[in-house]
Design a protein around this ligand. Structure first.
Ligand code: TGC
Ligand code: FAD
Length: 388
């Protein structure tokens, strides 16, 4: 089959700078050479390709849209294109880069002290340290405001008790951002690997994101110095601000997975013969391809505008919800349709569509489910919150 050339039905490349196109090409080549060669096997064996971490660090992909501390200081379109190309390969590596950059580094960058920034950001940027972001708990995902994890101030320390579930990178993280309830409200803390009372365990048997590490975190009388409180994090709002960054990246990223599925479905239907003719010659198949192309093009236009709004500082969280909700739905529907168009072959690891389809089920759920983003939009439209 032909190698991937991108999908640009509306000549949107005309809106990109030379630098943005060069960055996209660099990441596209990296994904082709380094990620795709082993991803089917990694997925089957449920292995995250850890060996790629120093490479994504060296390419400047971690925290790429942040300023200072060794970060690449790229614009938001370039950052989006990076995530798009990574997710064309697999949502797992894109998740790693999203969590490290948008949830952990952004969090320390925005709410941390200068000491915390100098200690962690350069190492996280190079991939020499790994971070995770612990918001979800076994009994609360969509509703993080009912978290049970507590942090009690005792002298110059905080004592943390509780647990977190479904945390990307949990068992390999050198530093965990832990959200916990204090007398003053919900705050973010840095808990370092090896701190007594802090244990992690991988979640096994996942159907989705198998080439990604997902873990449980357990905190039992974990004593951390008060300097590990993120001094500028204030309430759940600070956590939600981190989610905005990751949701923005996911809105871009899933377009890559959708493009990969479209490309494979198109190539397959041109080669596969049924009833003595190419599949691509049948009207039902062409209708499916036309629908896919239309939805991908609409999604590309959404994120292009989203990046403009982010660059000019006028982006609102409900703008991001519209794109996260639409683009995850679009990518998942395209992956399901492409899987179907490949018949039985679509269920095999040799083809990419089944893997993307399973991944996208999780991507639609994390960072706010489809329903939660519907409710966020409902509140933006009516002014009436309908979460509870
Ligand atoms: P609510 O009372 O609505 O809001 C509390 C305060 O925060 C403000 N706010 C936001 N601010 C910035 N960004 C946002 N997205 C915001 N959403 C709300 C809000 O205006 C209010 O401010 P103020 O000044 O009045 O205090 O809070 P709520 O408890 O009712 O919850 C709202 C809800 C349901 C939308 C929110 O909790 C939510 O988004 N839930 C979904 C949880 C979620 O997305 N979890 C993701 C965990 S991390 C993850 O999944 C990583 S996956 C790995 C990867 O990224 O690859
Ligand atoms: P629930 O909140 O229990 O929702 C179950 C169903 O109920 C959903 O369909 C939901 O839409 C619906 N629902 C909930 N509330 C309402 C309502 N008010 N009205 C109507 N319907 C409603 N979390 C982190 O903190 N850090 C991570 O790094 C992280 N990584 C993840 C990696 C993976 C692979 C996965 C699968 C999840 C990860 N998560 C992470 C957790 C993720 O954010 C949550 O799974 C997600 O927020 C949904 O929460 P839940 O699973 O508890 O579902």
């Amino acid at each position: 089959m032909e190698s991937f050339k991108g999908l640009d039905f509306y000549n949107l490349d005309e809106l990109l700078t030379q630098e943005e196109k060069m960055i996209r090409k660099t990441v596209r080549d990296f994904v082709d050479k380094e990620l795709l060669k082993n991803i089917a096997e990694n997925y089957e064996k449920a292995l995250f390709p850890k060996e790629l971490i120093p490479k994504v660090g060296a390419l400047g992909l971690l925290g790429a849209n942040l300023k200072g501390y060794g970060c690449a200081e790229l614009g938001n379109t370039a950052y989006g294109l990076i995530l798009q190309e990574l997710e064309r390969g697999d949502s797992g590596l894109r998740s790693f880069v999203s969590v490290q950059g948008s949830l952990v580094m952004y969090h320390i960058h925005t709410f941390g002290s200068e000491v915390q920034k100098k200690k962690w950001l350069p190492k996280l940027q190079k991939g020499e340290a790994i971070g995770c972001f612990g918001l979800t708990e076994p009994d609360s995902g969509s509703d993080p405001s009912s978290m049970k994890t507590k942090a009690e101030k005792k002298g110059g320390h905080y004592i943390l008790n509780g647990s977190k579930a479904w945390i990307t990178n949990g068992t390999v993280a050198d530093v965990a951002v832990i959200w916990a309830r204090t007398k003053e409200g919900i705050r973010g803390f840095l808990v370092e690997k090896g701190t007594p009372g802090f244990e992690t365990r991988d979640i096994k048997g996942k159907l989705a994101l198998r080439a990604s590490i997902t873990s449980e975190l357990f905190l039992s009388d974990v004593k951390i110095p008060e300097e590990n409180l993120l001094p500028h994090s204030e309430g759940l709002k600070s956590a939600l601000m981190c989610l905005n960054q990751a949701r923005f990246g996911i809105s871009w990223g899933v377009i890559g997975a959708a493009e990969a599925c479209y490309h494979q479905a198109l190539e397959y239907s041109k080669e596969r013969i049924a009833f003595k003719k190419q599949l691509a010659s049948y009207q039902i198949v062409q209708q499916k391809l036309a629908w896919m192309l239309t939805e991908i093009t609409k999604a590309q236009l959404l994120v292009w505008r989203l990046s403009q709004l982010k660059d000019q500082g006028t982006l609102k969280h409900y703008h991001i919800s519209l794109a996260k909700r639409n683009n995850c739905w679009m990518a998942l529907e395209i992956a399901r349709m492409a899987r179907d168009m490949l018949g039985a072959n679509g269920t095999a690891y040799e083809y990419i569509v089944g893997r993307h389809m399973c991944n996208l089920e999780a991507v639609k759920t994390y960072e706010g489910t489809h329903d939660i983003h519907t409710l966020i939009l409902g509140e933006a439209i009516t002014g009436i919150p309908a979460f509870s």
